[in-house]
Design a protein around this ligand. Structure first.
Ligand code: AMP
Ligand code: GLY
Length: 424
């Protein structure tokens, strides 16, 4: 099989690493990839959003399967374009990717299918949004309706904070047109977990759950990020809750999407709040999480490639995935200044020493190799340093030992990944 992975982050490195281990694989490409991915795939200099060039490459190179990592090309219709060219693509069509692209769309699906989620209202008018906040009072959650790189959500504990968020999104347009409308939600409380399911339009197979750490600083302080680390499995989300979420959230969503003529194929990511009334949906994403993908794939014992193919072919009904026991953890190393203004260009040393440590896997994200082959920081989140272990504390200790083996003074990480599970 000839496979093309699209993207350049830690998630795509993990996808390539996992697919590269498949005995079914004959050749693997990644567009555009990164220096870590280059160790397991041929990187091609085509951007993830250059859909026409990606389709042409896939056609010219007789690609059997395309695996998009990030949401932006999915929302822009890469799966539709590949399908039109007769190339299997393990990702949702543009219509199905609205589950991530539009918060209103997801809320309407929830209402239509009776899926448990926070009560909500949508506003296109600033004055109406402000009046609603004054009427309801805090806490409330204010969300830009469109894509905002994971940053368009404000959990407002006071009325003033909610009003400020509305002004920033709708008036100042800090997220551009994504703030033309806002969704204002009831604030849910409980443990937060992310669950993932591989979907074929009708059937879904669980890919496990993980708990991300979205704030930049230890103790969940500072601004939100794309995710500073995560671990799996999640002790607060056992088999019974996973079953409940599959039955009450994932499967009804697939049924409703199919009923609307937009069946969802690919990886469905459900952000859940484990409330006193059971799991409730916070949001969907139409892709794997990053860094959740890295950690979940480390625990996958089955071959990923036939599972992705079965998702494309509508053949997941009797598909079973097997998993390793024990725990996995991923610690994101970011460039100083992340998330606001990450510094670029600093050299990262010691990667080989870290990678040689038992149970450790280092996935690259924002890295480049310079003319001398030295690895340098080129983005906000730069590495995901992952480890597996018999227990979560063992995995955590291995991951931080690997972090300490990496010589990169200009980088930083959170030191408390896994704290909610470790404190239990
Ligand atoms: P998102 O970018 O949609 O993942 O949201 C960012 C974070 O906001 C989530 O991870 C939650 O912690 C929080 N959040 C979103 N919606 C709600 C809600 N209705 N109640 C409480 N917290 C929420
Ligand atoms: N780690 C969160 C995300 O991928 O959206």
């Amino acid at each position: 099989m000839r496979v093309l992975v699209i993207g350049s982050g830690g998630r795509e490195h993990a996808l390539c690493w996992s697919i590269a281990a498949s005995p079914l694989l004959t050749k693997l490409w990644c567009a555009p990839g990164n220096p870590g991915i280059a160790a397991v795939a041929t990187c091609i200099p085509i951007g993830a959003m250059d859909i026409a060039a990606l389709v042409a490459f896939a056609r010219d190179n007789a690609i059997d399967l395309v695996v998009p990592g990030p949401e932006a090309p999915l929302v822009a219709g890469i799966a539709d374009a590949m399908e039109a060219a007769g190339i299997p693509c393990c990702g949702p069509t543009q219509a199905a990717a609205q589950l991530e692209g539009s918060k209103t769309f997801t809320k309407e699906i929830c209402d239509a299918a009776g899926i448990p989620t926070a009560r909500w209202e949508r506003f296109e008018d600033v004055a109406a949004a402000r009046a609603f906040v004054r009427r309801r009072g805090a806490p409330l959650v204010v969300k830009a309706d469109g894509l905002a790189a994971g940053k368009g959500v404000v959990v407002a504990l006071t009325e003033d904070a909610a009003l400020a968020a509305i002004d920033a999104m709708m008036d100042a347009r800090i997220f551009g047109e994504s703030g033309a409308a806002v969704v204002i939600e009831e604030c849910l409380t409980g443990d937060e977990v992310s669950m993932f399911a591989l979907c074929d339009g009708t059937h879904a197979v669980p890919l496990g759950s993980a708990q991300d750490h979205k704030r930049v600083g230890d103790g969940d302080t500072g601004p939100n990020t794309g995710g500073m680390g995560c671990y799996a499995p999640t002790p607060m989300f056992g088999a019974d809750l996973e079953q409940a979420a599959m039955d009450r959230i994932i499967r009804p969503t697939l049924a409703e999407m199919a009923r609307r003529g937009a069946p969802f194929r690919g990886i469905l990511y459900a952000g859940l709040m484990l409330t006193a009334d059971g799991p409730k949906l916070i949001e969907f994403n139409a892709r794997f999480g990053d860094p959740e993908c890295q950690v979940l794939l480390l625990r996958l014992r089955s071959d990923l490639l036939p599972a992705l193919l079965a998702a494309c072919d509508g053949e997941l009904a009797h598909f079973d995935l097997r998993w390793h026991g024990g725990a996995a953890i991923g610690v994101v190393m970011a460039a100083r200044g992340y998330p606001d203004a990450p510094e670029r260009g600093s050299e990262i040393r010691g990667l080989a020493a870290a990678e040689a440590m038992p149970g450790v896997q280092v996935f690259h994200a924002g890295t480049v190799a310079d003319a001398d082959g030295r690895i340098r920081a080129a983005g906000g989140r730069v590495l995901t340093v992952c480890a597996t272990g018999a227990t979560l504390p063992a995995a955590r200790d291995a991951a931080y030992a690997a972090v300490d083996a990496i010589d990169w003074p200009e980088g930083f990480c959170r030191r408390d990944i896994g704290h909610r599970a470790l404190a239990r």
